[in-house]
Write a protein that binds this ligand. Structure first.
Ligand code: 5GP
Length: 191
């Protein structure tokens, strides 16, 4: 998605070879118009997978997921990162290792918000090692639903997440795939 790549080049900041800061338009301050275009791009890419629900992970996935859900006119569910203090039968949880916090957390879903037989499109801001997406897929599948597709706004293609998810048979795509980066330079994978 050209507008997104241009924005990453203009306002994104690679702090090192692993971490990209995009907090001026994606996950702290949000450029809503850019997110509308992101939602349209995901809707176009994944409409043929016929999802009936959008799922995302709090908090940075919410903006692109809302716009995708609105474009496709679908309901949206946010997976929570906090451990529930009231564990009950209608909650499913899985441990995920956070790339940014370098620590595990409990990804949590109230079962009633995903129905048996649902076809879920998972949307998140970044795909790095794939731990968050794999955890989300575990929860979606534990709830009896199918992962119809996985969309990341930005994928760091030099990290293993994209390939790991594809190896497991998921239909995964990203609107901007970064091939390589280092302080001050960002190169996209055009494939
Ligand atoms: P993964 O589980 O794929 O390793 O990492 C995905 C999650 O980590 C994303 O939901 C995102 O919030 C965060 N993340 C991964 N890499 C980056 C990065 O380079 N910059 C920012 N801002 N967040 C990242």
């Amino acid at each position: 998605m050209e507008a997104l790549k241009q924005r990453i080049l203009r306002d994104g900041r690679a702090v090192n070879e692993q971490i990209l800061i995009v907090d001026s338009f994606l996950n702290h301050q949000v450029d809503v118009e850019l997110m509308r275009l992101v939602g349209e791009a995901f809707a176009e890419r994944f409409a043929q997978a016929k999802p009936n629900r959008i799922v995302t992970i709090e908090a940075s996935g919410i903006a692109p997921a809302v716009m995708t859900a609105q474009c496709l006119r679908l309901p949206m569910v946010i997976l929570k990162k906090s451990a529930s203090r009231v564990l009950s039968d209608d909650i499913v949880q899985t441990e995920v290792f956070s790339f940014t916090k370098n620590a595990p957390y409990q990804l949590t879903l109230k079962r009633q918000f995903i129905e048996n037989g649902d076809r879920v499109l998972l949307i998140d801001d970044f795909l790095a090692n794939g731990e968050a997406a794999l955890g989300a897929c575990r929860l979606i599948e534990q709830a009896g639903a199918t992962v119809a597709g996985i969309g990341a706004v930005i994928c760091k293609a030099f990290q293993p997440g994209l390939q790991k998810l594809r190896d497991q048979g998921y239909d995964v795509d990203a609107l901007a795939k970064i091939r390589k980066m280092s302080e001050g330079t960002i190169e996209f994978d055009e494939a």
